[in-house]
Design a protein around this ligand. Sequence first.
Ligand code: DHB
Length: 390
Amino acid sequence: ERTRVAVIGAGPAGLLLSHLLARHGIESVVLDSRSREQIETTVRAGVLEQGTVEVLDRTGASDRVLTAGQKHEGIEIRFGDEGHRIDFTGTVGRAVWLYPQHEVLKDLVAARLAAGQDLRFQVTARRVEDAGTDRPRVLAEDAEGDPVEIEADVVVGADGSRGVTREAVTGAHGGYFREYPFAWFGVLCEAPPSAEELIYSNSPNGFALISRRSAGVQRMYFQCDPATDTGAYTEERLWEILQSRVPGTTLREGRIFQRDVLRFRSFVAHEMRRGRVVLVGDAAHTVPPTGAKGMNLAVADVVLLTEALRALLLDRDETLFDAFPATARRRIWKAQHFSWWMTNLLHLQPGASDFDRLRQIGELRTVVESDHGRAHLAEAYTGWPLPAVR
Ligand code: DHB
C-alpha cells in the first residue's frame, strides 16, 4: 500500500495532523494499536491553550470545544493559607479552556471518519524502515496478526513516549532526560466544583491541584511518592490528604470513581527527524504535567509540521521540512522550562532543608506579588503565539 503521509498514532497529534493535511488535499493513513473505544475513554489532561482552541475551532476539528469547554480567565496559586489569583485576561489578554483530551479525541475521530479518512484502529506499528530514503515504510500488524505494510512519502511518529518511531529516528542517541522524585496521585470524583478556578497549591505537606471537569465531576491531584500504588489509600484517607493540602478551602467531597498515578519526566529527543521520518508530540518530547503543556505542545508541533509538509509535498520545497526540528525545538524548550519551573515552584522536594522551603516561598512571592511576575506566568500558561493555520 502507498500513501503520501503515514501517521503512526491516533492521539491528538496524529489525528489533528491528518485533519490539517486533508485541508490541503494531502492524503494520509493513520494507524493506532488501540481500539477506538480505548482512545476515546482514556482520561488524560484537560487544559487547552487559547491557540490550541483557535486551531481546533477555526479548522473545524472540534465544534464542541467552545460550547462544551469552559473558558478560564485565571488560576489561583496558593501557599501558606492564602490564594493569589493570576489574572490571564487582565495581564496578557488571553485565556485557557478546560476541555478533556478524550473529548478532543472524540471530536477529531468523528470529524476524520465523516471526511472519509483512512483511520485504522488496532493496527500495531512494529518497525519503520528505509528512513533515509524518500520511500520510508511502516511495517505493522492488524488485530488478527496479519502483516500490514505502508509505503509513504513521509512517515510521522505521533505514537507517544513508548512508540516505535522514536527509536527509528533517534537510534541509540536517545535524548535529554530528567526524572523527578515525585508523582501525582489523580482522582476523578462525583462532586460539585470546590472553586471557580483551578487551584495550584504549595502546602507544607506537598502539592495539590484542584481542577474541574463538569458540574458533577471533578479532577484533583496530589503530590505522592512515584512508587505509590493506586489502591494504597481508602477514599476517606484520600479526602483527608487532599483537604490537608489546600488549607483555607473546604473541598466538596463525593465518591471517587477513578484513581491513577502519573510519573514525572522531562524528555527531549536528540533528533526529531531522520530522512523522511519525523516525530511529533510525546514521541519527540515529554513534560511533567504541572502547567498542562503536553497536548498543547503536540498541537504546536503539528501546526508547524503541516506547513512543512505542504511545502514539501505540494511545492517540492524542502526548506521548511529541513528546518522543522530546529523551529519546533524553540517552543519545545520554552515549554520544557515552564513545566520544570512550575513543578519546582510548587512541589515539596523530598529532603528539602528549611532554607530550601523558605527560598521557595520567596520565589512564590516574587511571582504573585509582582504585576510582571503574574504576567510572566500568565503568558506561558496561556501559551505563546502559534503560526496561523491556513
Ligand atoms: C489538569 C492537568 C494539569 O496537568 C494541569 O496543570 C491542570 C489541569 C487537569 O487534568 O485538569
